[in-house]
Design a binder for this molecule. Sequence first.
Ligand SMILES: *Cc1c(COP(=O)(O)O)cnc(C)c1O
Length: 365
Amino acid sequence: MSRAAVATIHLGALRRNLARVRERVGAAKVMAVVKADGYGHGLERVARALGDADAFGVAALGDGLRLRAAGIAKRIVVLSGPDEAGDLAEFRRLDLDAVIHHESQLRWLETDRDPRALHAWLKIDTGMHRLGFAPDVARAVHARLLALTNVDPDIVLMTHFAASDEFEAPATLAQIGAFDAAVRDVPGARSLSNSAGLLGWPQALNTESGQNWIRVGGLLYGLSAIDGKTGADLGFEPAMTLSTKLIAVNRVRRGARVGYAGAYECPEDMDIGVAAIGYGDGYPRSAPSGTPVLVGSQRAAIAGRVSMDLITLDLRNVPTANIGDRVVLWGGELPVETIAAQAGTISYDLTCGMTKRVLFVEDDA
Ligand SMILES: *Cc1c(COP(=O)(O)O)cnc(C)c1O
């Protein structure tokens, strides 16, 4: 075996998580967001597992190309649309939906003589200040799109929430209000909510048109974007288990220092385990001493700095540990959110960070 680090992707968890999303959204359609290689779980693999989604959302044209090459015939929405005029021909050839968020894209469309219909989503910036047209030009932009004979008149109106994970804060209600005002009486389906929006803001599901698209990423992978909550707390199953093996167990004396910079000092004579994974695999270097791992089914903890290929473990809680034992870094009983909190980041960042040398295997259950 070339490398012990394995990311096991639970296809059944992906499918069940999609069903759980459906239970919550009523008649709304579900766009499964698979950007960043399916949040690190594997783009084609995730798209195949989530065949029941109504559409896939990707960040870039290249991901749309990969999905079409893999035989995915479903609707695919490129969330940042064309990056240059020359992309439009590819959108049409591959039948990809384009999010139109900027005047420059509109001009490319207005000078594009290609007769093939383009499916457009019109993005309005209601407070995120990242992508989108200002609310006061939404109607005029919609009219310009409708005037184009090579744009399908069934245009979806969308916006994106900046802080939908903050259930107590008023920002999301303000965004919903700004969106409703900007597109009142403009025909077409609406699309507002991401995962946290779905959980915290049912108001966003009841837009006037009654048609709605939910754009959900994190929850499909069992990941939580809500501070202090795990995916399991929210009723979803983790779709990734990251594991490796113990490759050494060494007795180390009290007072000895472990690893780079001697960052961990043994408080007593103890066993230090060495597991074959490190930041070169995508395990966060920022995970401090004390970050939990599972050795077999027992909790152990990082002791000292995470190195490129290896981590060192405090095995005092696992007296039976042996070379070859399975070490779980996250997944199952060890929520990735726990590790993310220790490492000062969010769960999405960790699953997206797996490197090429990690072996991916699928578990269909
Ligand atoms: C990433 C993304 C989503 C999905 O967000 P989650 O928090 O993963 O559900 C939805 N819409 C847009 C525009 C996005 O970029």
